[in-house]
Design a protein around this ligand. Structure first.
Ligand code: FAD
Length: 343
C-alpha cells in the first residue's frame, strides 16, 4: 500500500517534458479496494479516451471486488466465508485461481503466508471489522488460531470447488487482491491492443512496453519510514510485475509499541521484524504481491534464503538501528543487469 503516492509523483516527474511521440499518453486514477489505482497508457490505440478507459478499468476492478473482497458482504468470497458447510462448495474459476495461488505461496513459504489468517487479521483490527480498543487476549488469539491453517482448505480444479475442514474457516485474499486486480486490468488492456502501459493498484504494478519517453517504466521503491516519504531506489520495469510490502504504513501504535497488519500465523500476532520492506519482481502481479507479503512474514533471515533457493528476484530493506540496508537476491541483481543492458 505504501508505494502508491511516491510512485505516482515520481512517474509524473519522470514523464514531464519527456518529448512524447505520437498520440499523447493517457493517465487515469481513482479509488478502489480501500486504496488507489492508476493506469498510464503511452501511445494509446487510436480512439481510446481517458473517460472510456476509466469506465473500463473501474468495471474490471469492480468485478474483482465482487469476487474476492472481504469488505463487500455480498462478494463471492464473503458468501463462501459465511457458508458454515464442510462439504464441497462450487466456486467460480476466478475465485479458484486466486485461492490456488494463495495455497501455492503458502506451500512455498511453509505456511508463513496463509490465506486462512483472516480471523487473526480481524481480531487485531486490520480487516473489515473495527480496530479493537484493547489488544486481543491470549485466549482470543488461541481461539482465532484454531480456525487458521492453510491445510484447512482443500481445492478441486474441475469443476472448481473448495472444501473447508471447519465451517468457520475464513479466507482473506487481501495480500493477493491488488496484484490480482492489476493482472486483470492488464489482461483487459492486452485484449484492447494496448502495447505500452503501467497499471498500479496500491503498491503492486504491472508494466508493459515502454513509457512515453520510450524507456522502461521507472518504479520507485521507497524508504520504509512511517513518518515521511523518500525514494530508496528506482527499478526499471517492462513486461513485468513488481510489488512492495512493508510494515511502515498500515499499523497502529499502542503503549509505544507498533502493531503491523502482517500477521505471523505461527504466533497469531503481528510480525516483529527488522525487515522494513520486501519488493519482488516477476511475471504476474498476483504472485509478486503474495510473495512480498510472505517475505515480510518470514523476516530478514528466512526471506532472503527463500528468494535465493527459489530464484526469486527480490529486494529487501533491512533496518539496523537507524540505518537501512538494501539486500538484493541474485535473481534481482540479474534482472537489473538485464534491464540495464536492454535500455
Ligand atoms: P499486503 O502486504 O499486500 O497484504 C497484507 C494483508 O494481507 C493484511 O492486511 C491482511 O489482510 C493479509 N495478511 C496478513 N498477514 C498475512 C499472512 N501471514 N498471510 C497472508 N495474508 C496475510 N480496505 C478497506 O479499508 N476498505 C475496502 O473497501 C477494501 N476493499 C478491498 C477489496 C479487495 C478486493 C481487496 C483485495 C482489499 C480490500 N481492502 C479494503 C483491503 C486493503 O486494500 C488492504 O489494506 C490491502 O489489500 C492490503 O494490502 P497491502 O498492500 O497494504 O498489504
Amino acid at each position: 500500500m505504501g508505494l502508491f503516492p511516491v510512485l505516482v509523483a515520481l512517474c509524473a516527474l519522470l514523464l514531464a517534458g519527456c518529448g512524447e511521440r505520437g498520440a499523447p499518453s493517457i493517465e487515469i486514477e481513482g479509488p478502489t479496494m480501500g486504496t488507489y489505482y492508476s493506469v498510464k497508457v503511452a501511445r494509446p490505440p487510436s480512439g481510446m479516451t481517458a473517460e472510456a478507459l476509466k469506465l473500463d478499468v473501474e468495471s474490471v476492478l469492480d468485478r474483482v471486488i465482487a469476487e474476492i473482497s472481504t469488505y463487500e458482504p455480498t462478494s463471492e468470497l464473503s458468501r463462501l466465508n459465511a457458508n458454515p458447510g464442510t462439504d464441497w462448495i462450487p466456486i467460480s474459476p476466478e475465485l479458484y485461481a486466486v485461492i490456488a495461488q494463495g495455497q501455492h505461496i503458502a506451500a512455498l513459504s511453509d505456511g508463513a503466508f496463509d490465506i486462512t489468517v483472516g480471523p487473526l487479521v480481524n481480531l487485531w483490527g486490520f480487516g473489515p471489522e473495527a480496530r479493537p480498543a484493547v489488544l486481543p487476549t491470549p485466549e482470543q488469539i488461541q481461539a482465532a488460531r484454531e480456525r487458521v491453517g492453510w491445510h484447512k482448505i482443500e481445492l478441486r480444479a474441475s469443476p472448481p470447488a473448495i472444501r473447508k475442514a471447519r465451517g468457520d474457516v475464513y479466507i482473506d485474499l487481501s495480500a493477493l487482491g491488488e496484484g490480482y486486480g492489476a493482472d486483470r486490468v492488464a489482461a483487459d488492456l492486452d485484449a484492447r491492443g494496448v502495447a505500452d502501459y503501467m497499471v498500479a493498484v496500491a503498491g503492486t504494478i504491472r508494466a508493459k512496453g515502454l513509457n512515453p519517453k520510450g524507456q522502461p517504466w521507472a518504479i520507485a521503491i521507497e524508504e520504509p519510514l512511517p513518518d515521511r516519504r523518500s525514494v530508496h531506489r528506482i527499478v526499471p520495469v517492462s513486461d513485468r510485475a513488481i510489488s512492495t510490502s512493508g510494515d511502515y504504513r498500515n499499523f497502529f501504535e499502542k503503549d509505544g509499541k507498533r502493531y503491523s497488519h502482517e500477521i505471523d500465523p505461527a504466533t497469531g500476532a503481528p510480525i516483529e521484524r527488522n525487515l522494513g520492506s520486501a519488493t519482488v519482481v516477476g511475471d504476474r502481479a498476483i504472485l509478486v504481491d503474495g510473495l512480498a507479503t510472505a517475505f515480510m512474514v518470514l523476516g530478514e533471515q528466512r526471506a532472503p534464503a527463500l528468494a535465493v533457493s527459489q530464484g526469486i528476484a527480490a529486494y529487501f530493506i533491512v533496518r539496523d538501528g537507524d540505518a537501512l540496508h538494501g539486500v538484493a537476491s541474485p535473481a534481482f541483481e540479474a534482472y537489473l543487469a538485464r534491464s540495464t543492458q536492454d535500455e
